[in-house]
Design a protein around this ligand. Structure first.
Ligand code: KG4
Ligand code: ZN
Length: 341
């Protein structure tokens, strides 16, 4: 089966053609247009601008993605959660194409799609996640632990009480005067710091590891923002060196919390696989630390998408449409922004 997938949740307009391949999904084309540079002027996403950019990009992106694939069997589209104005552009375009081409329309949940990016493979002997699995979705809007018993049985089993992890990265980056989106900037900054410098910095500047000793899978990241703000006030001069040290210590705090919570999730649910997903999964250090934690438990396989399928893209939406029967798509968001009935 060949699927044209469309994703327009936020500030990325994406289209992709994917097909079933060796038990997983192969990407034939994946085009992503981003309006992030426009938003970086404002230090965050402006929903009105994001929606207008979606309108400009949607048709060129679909034309580019389908230029070598004239025949498709179905159309998949993200219906939420996301920004209403942005979502409407993708959903209405997908509905119109489905109607005009007389093809089925498959509605996909954005968070499920992030996880399903792990079913994208390049070779048919590549390992695929085995279920039951624990998925950890770390993105701009979500920090969710999901227990996937089988492909039709997904349950939200933990998450953040306040800020999502990507949101925390972006807010801390803003405090440090790094450009938007802040996640990749903090990633780069913390890699510039060597271990010895970091160890001596934390002797007097250790940040909290919120809820790390709490046995639940609940997390909280808004306190870290306050801790960074306090550190900045204490530092008399904010230069590239101490900014990098703060970024490093923030990244270490986040990573320690996630690693500890992942460990608790593994012990509680005894999964066959651990699946990481979402934009923050592009973070080099986090990928490494979560992998090491997972592999310290014998027999559990670790999966994280290629970097290009961590952030928003449409290939993950197509992968969901192929791998999960549509009617069984769970809705992980308690308040989806848009539902098509
Ligand atoms: O999944 P995504 O593209 O969009 C949502 O569904 O939210 O995630 C975007 C988030 C942003 O907060 C961005 O700063 C963060 O992912 N991000 C990173 C990295 N690359 C993107 N955070 C930490 N390190 C990175 N390398
Ligand atoms: Zn996303």
């Amino acid at each position: 089966m060949k699927v044209l997938a469309i994703e327009s949740t936020c500030d990325e307009t994406a289209a992709s053609v994917v097909e079933s391949f060796g038990g997983g999904v192969k990407v034939i084309s994946s085009i992503v247009a981003s309006s992030v540079e426009i938003h970086s002027k404002y230090g965050g996403i402006i929903p009105e601008i994001a929606a207008r950019e979606q309108i400009k990009s949607i048709v060129p992106v679909i034309l580019e993605a389908t230029k070598d694939s004239p025949l498709i069997d179905a159309i998949a589209v993200t219906y939420g959660p996301g920004l209403m104005g942005s979502l409407l552009v993708g959903v209405e375009t997908a509905k119109s194409l489905a109607w005009a081409w007389k093809k089925p329309l498959i509605e996909v949940n954005h968070m499920v799609a992030h996880v399903m990016a792990n079913w994208i493979i390049n070779n048919n002997d590549e390992l695929l996640p085995e279920l039951p699995a624990i998925a950890l979705i770390i993105s701009g809007g979500h920090t969710d632990f999901v227990h996937i018993k089988n492909i039709n049985d997904w349950k939200l089993v933990g998450g953040t009480r306040d800020d999502a992890i990507g949101e925390a990265f972006d807010k801390v980056a803003r405090l440090l005067d790094f450009p938007y989106p802040g996640g990749p900037e903090i990633d780069k900054a913390s890699q510039r710091v060597n271990d010895d410098d970091w160890k001596s910095f934390v002797k007097t500047n250790k940040m909290p590891r919120p809820l790390i000793n709490d046995n639940s899978l609940e997390m909280s990241f808004s306190g870290l923002k306050a801790a960074v703000s306090r550190l900045i006030t204490e530092e008399k001069v904010l230069n590239i060196h101490n900014k990098d040290l703060i970024a490093r210590e923030f990244s270490e705090a986040v990573s320690e919390v996630l690693v500890s919570k992942l460990n608790k999730a593994i012990e509680k649910y005894q999964p066959k696989s651990v699946i990481i997903a979402g934009g923050v999964a592009a973070n080099g250090k986090l990928r490494e630390n979560l992998r090491t934690e997972t592999e310290s438990h014998t027999g559990i396989k670790f999966f994280v998408p290629q970097i290009k399928y961590c952030g928003d893209n449409a290939a993950m939406v197509g992968a969901t449409a192929i791998m999960i029967p549509n009617t069984a798509n769970p809705n992980l968001s308690p308040n989806p922004s848009l539902e098509i009935v």
